[in-house]
Design a protein around this ligand. Structure first.
Ligand code: NAP
Length: 248
């Protein structure tokens, strides 16, 4: 129970990595503010946490909605007290298209959710954390934030941007008690891959030394490590969690 008396906010917590992270945080004792655009599944995450004896509350949240982000943070603090941890995880996979075929709408939607959504959340989380004298943030980037990503350039751009935000904020708040890190998952078995399962299986066979996809729970454990005091001297780091894919 290393997170007893801690409060954590997770975006995109209805599914995949966000749900696994919420469950892991709660198992370790945190009270979890579960948020997502998907209301039914978000409530299901809360039920799973409560069935396991943990504490959580669900608020619907679209991370492109700046006003709603502020409101959720206020409601979360009213419910559980100051927020110690934030996991900016909500994201979409985006359209598969070569650069010259990317539409304005697909570009804008990707930037709105996967990049600006992280920024909008960080801005409110950091303000709240400064007020309460500290905290720890983990943003979810991707291996596509460290490398190009053929046929999904906007996703790669947004995830590179998340790393820029992570490193900039890490330096800004390093003496103010706020650590900011990112994880860069490789191919991880979640619903976001449903539209491209066969392609991703082939990628794993060709490029992942461990020859399997990651599990959301494996990403969640690393996120919890970076949030925790065990990582007290780590800030601005971007941790690849990828079965060795980044070895080349
Ligand atoms: P997931 O299972 O689809 O979970 C993402 C959740 O975020 C979904 O519930 C999704 O709802 C929600 N969401 C989408 N747009 C939102 C918005 N505007 N506001 C709030 N919530 C929103 O996918 P996942 O794989 O766990 O993805 C989590 C994060 O990991 C994403 O940032 C993703 O880019 C990143 N990632 C995933 C992988 C991988 O291989 N799985 C690899 C690297 C990085 P909808 O279902 O309605 O979209």
């Amino acid at each position: 129970m290393i997170f007893k008396n801690k409060v954590a906010l997770v975006t995109g917590a209805a599914s995949g990595i966000g749900r696994a992270t919420s469950l892991t945080l709660a198992q370790k004792g945190a009270s979890v503010i579960v948020t997502d655009i998907q209301e039914e599944m978000g409530k299901e995450t809360v039920s799973l946490i409560q069935q396991a004896g943990g504490q959580a509350v669900f608020y619907p949240l679209d991370v492109t909605d700046k006003v709603a982000i502020k409101e959720v943070i206020v409601k979360g603090i009213d419910q559980f007290g100051p927020i110690h941890f934030a996991v900016n995880n909500a994201g979409i996979g985006g359209a598969i298209a070569a650069t010259h075929e990317v539409s304005d709408d697909d570009w804008d939607r990707m930037m709105d959710i996967n990049l600006k959504g992280v920024f909008y959340c960080m801005r409110e989380e950091i303000s709240a954390m400064l007020h309460h004298k500290g905290g720890s943030i983990v943003n979810i980037s991707s291996l596509a934030g460290l490398n190009g990503f053929r046929m999904n350039g906007p996703y790669s751009v947004a995830k590179h941007g998340v790393i820029g935000l992570t490193k900039s904020a890490a330096a800004e708040y390093a003496t103010l008690g706020i650590r900011v890190n990112a994880v860069c998952p490789g191919v991880t078995k979640t619903p976001i891959l449903d539209a491209a399962t066969e392609i991703m299986e082939a990628v794993v066979q060709a490029r992942v030394p461990m020859q399997r996809m990651g599990k959301p729970e494996e990403i969640a454990q690393s996120i919890c490590y970076l949030l925790s005091d065990e990582a007290s001297y780590i800030t601005g780091h971007c941790l690849a969690i990828d079965g060795g894919m980044e070895t080349g």
